[in-house]
Design a binder for this molecule. Structure first.
Ligand code: PLP
Length: 286
């Protein structure tokens, strides 16, 4: 795995930042996960836009312009061993005094790691086994879920719960008990041929893959609706799947041990093909 750190490319194990970086001390920072295919970053400008908005929301000024970040990502991809892979782009508040006040942090650290990533490994199974986690997405002091910050403890606790249950992934509900999202992915269901997903106001990240899948569905004449969903809606779904940069599109085989009737279902399979075609179009096909 290869890392770009403040202007230098080096093996990730050799890329070091100070232990008093507020990213480590307080999770003070923002990030993006970006995939590249055939050495071209997929939807890079959307990711850089979201990073910029996340940073603005936590009053963090990214020391590089969007063009400079684009050049960083391109340089990292060029130097990486494989044609396809995953990039973790991070901006931390930087090193500073102990104490959470960011005033003492003079220079944010910009870090980009390229590696392979299998977010959810379903192995030989038809799809992922999900649980509905007891961890809620919006605690009382909740950060806006649209901010992709370095604070992922809710999602990590949900993932631990999935591990304990022998499941592949966990879904988080919001404070009202309605469906928000997966630990690092958005969730969709199909019911009577309609594609449904919760609006982001229910506590989901504005997923870039989510946005694309909604667009592809509409382009293919599938009726879509962003509407609040309860756990019952998950259990009653004909199909269910997850979307994310890391996850790409993953069909769901069961939710809380209730089998999903169609896995992978016809709507999922059509969208999966359309998703692959979009990658071919934007990142160069064979
Ligand atoms: N939800 C969370 C909490 C995430 O961390 C991610 C990240 O990838 C997603 C959803 C999916 O978003 P995207 O499709 O932009 O990768």
């Amino acid at each position: 795995s290869l890392c770009w750190l403040n202007g230098r490319l080096l093996p990730t194990e050799q890329a070091l930042i100070p232990v008093n970086d507020h990213g480590l001390l307080y999770g003070d920072g923002v990030f993006e996960g970006i995939r590249f295919y055939r050495r071209r970053a997929f939807r890079l400008q959307r990711h850089l836009q979201r990073l910029q908005l996340s940073a603005r929301a936590i009053a963090l000024e990214i020391p590089l312009s969007s063009d400079e970040l684009t050049a960083v990502i391109e340089r990292l991809i060029d130097a990486f061993a494989d044609d396809d892979g995953y990039i973790r782009l991070m901006v931390t508040r930087g090193a500073g005094a102990l104490g959470l006040n960011p005033k003492s942090c003079s220079q944010p650290n910009v870090i980009a790691i390229a590696d392979q990533l299998t977010m959810i490994d379903i192995g030989q199974q038809a799809g992922a086994r999900l649980i509905v986690s007891s961890v809620r997405r919006l605690p009382a002091d909740g950060l806006d879920p649209r901010i992709k910050s370095l604070n992922y403890l809710n999602h990590i606790l949900a993932k631990i719960e999935a591990n304990h249950a022998g499941a592949d992934e966990a879904l988080l509900l919001n404070a009202q008990g309605r469906v928000a999202e997966g630990s690092a992915d958005n969730v969709f269901i199909v019911r009577n041929g309609r594609l449904l997903t919760p609006p982001c106001s229910e506590g989901a990240l504005e997923g870039i893959t989510r946005e694309l899948v909604l667009q592809l569905a509409r382009d293919n004449g599938i009726e879509t609706s962003e509407q609040p969903l309860g756990v019952y809606d998950l259990y009653a779904a004909d199909e269910c799947f997850l979307t994310g940069t890391g996850a790409e599109l993953i069909p769901v085989a069961s939710i809380d041990c209730r089998a999903v009737p169609c896995c992978p279902g016809p709507v999922f399979q059509g969208l999966q093909q359309a998703f692959r075609r979009t990658i071919d179009q934007e990142c160069g096909g064979e």
